[in-house]
Design a protein around this ligand. Structure first.
Ligand SMILES: *Cc1c(COP(=O)(O)O)cnc(C)c1O
Length: 365
């Protein structure tokens, strides 16, 4: 294996240059002569890694000064619980949730344990094939917050607009598309994303939170589950995931220096996904894309094979071609090509070519 053509849904591919630096850092960091796996989280070296990761994220995303950048653990699943613990507990009106796919459906289940939870739109009945129009959901005035998922990783649906009411704090799980392109952070009270789809290895979850929102958190929470602890201790209250944060920092350098920022990243991601969707659309007798056209994700291209086309043949042909990670999520089945930032344009082109070849081979047989 050479790490090419890895379309895994998560943990996802990482850039070759980052993997190379990581290999060296595991042997010994150039700066310290010590393996990254044996560096103290109280060292000056780690302080500078945390600082650089935060600074790079601030400049890539244009994060305003009144936002904190936190590196937490527990994955995005812990955020499904931590968010309502901090901001829904004791709230009279309750919180709004958009249920647009597998991941966003999990969040209100945890919120219900903490307070009133309003699912204001649910796409389950149509099989999670499209996202709501901007004016569709009846958002609740005075809600504690609105929670949604900007990119549904399993179904391959991505919001093209920012939903909600301007007077209700907006909270978004961006686990599978953060850093895929520019973003207006100032529209959000809180953004979170675990690293393992688009930012780095598993083990760290990035939280970007506005100061005035953090200040509204409930009191009496367990110390590590209170966002204010992590604000106060600059993400170093207890031992943070040093290795994962280090690699995430390398990924932010790669975005800045090798890619040239998030405008350039977005342009590449658009081209990559256009190539793959075009190959699927060229053979409607073979491939059935999951998402309606207007809701298609740039990050996760989800499809199934038409009746009569063999999944086993498709899997064998992919393996033969050195293509890895195309299996769909276990909840949905079918196939998924995840085109995270680290997938290069030529890899997406090669995948698209291969999809066309496979379709032609079916037509002939
Ligand atoms: C993968 C995923 C999750 C689950 O994250 P964990 O870190 O495994 O808890 C949550 N939300 C979205 C949008 C995801 O893609």
């Amino acid at each position: 294996m050479n790490n090419r053509m890895n379309f895994s849904g998560g943990p996802g591919a990482l850039p070759a240059s980052v993997l190379q630096q990581t290999r060296e850092a595991i042997a010994a960091l150039p700066e310290t002569g010590i393996s990254v796996l044996g560096m103290s989280h109280r060292s000056d070296w780690f302080r500078s890694v945390l600082d650089e990761a935060e600074q790079n994220l601030r400049s890539l995303l244009n994060i305003p000064d009144n936002y904190r950048v936190l590196f937490l653990q527990g994955g995005s699943s812990l955020q499904f619980s931590m968010l309502p613990m901090n901001f829904l507990r004791g709230h009279a009106v309750g919180a709004d949730y958009l249920v647009t796919g597998y991941w966003s459906a999990k969040a209100p289940i945890e919120a219900q344990l903490e307070g009133r939870t309003h699912v204001v739109w649910d796409g389950r009945a149509n099989g999670f094939k499209r996202l709501p129009e901007p004016a569709e959901p009846p958002f609740t005035p005075g809600a504690a917050y609105l929670h949604y998922v900007s990119n549904e990783t399993v179904e391959g649906l991505e919001f093209a607009h920012i939903p909600g009411r301007v007077d209700v704090p907006l909270v978004c799980d961006m686990s599978s598309n953060l850093l895929g392109g520019p973003l207006d952070v100032s529209c959000y009270a809180m953004i979170y994303a675990h690293a393992q789809k688009n930012l780095g290895p598993s083990g760290v979850t990035l939280v970007i939170m506005r100061d005035d929102f953090a200040a509204q958190a409930a009191t009496g929470l367990p110390t590590v589950l209170d966002y204010r602890t992590h604000v106060q201790y600059h993400s170093n209250y207890n031992t943070p995931p040093v290795f994962a944060i280090y690699v995430l920092m390398l990924v932010t350098r790669w975005l800045r220096d090798d890619i040239g920022g998030l405008q350039a990243m977005a342009a590449l991601n658009r081209l990559k996904s256009e190539q793959v969707y075009a190959a699927l659309d060229a053979h409607p007798d073979i491939y059935l894309p999951h998402a309606e056209a207007a809701s298609r994700s740039r990050m996760n291209v989800v499809f199934s094979l038409r009746h009569g086309v063999s999944d086993a043949d498709f899997a064998a042909a992919a393996r033969q071609a050195g293509i890895h990670g195309l299996e769909g999520h276990r909840s949905l089945g079918g196939w998924r090509a995840s085109l995270y930032n680290a997938i290069a344009l030529d890899e997406a082109q090669d995948l698209a070519d291969w999809l066309r070849q496979f379709a032609l081979s079916q037509a002939q047989s």
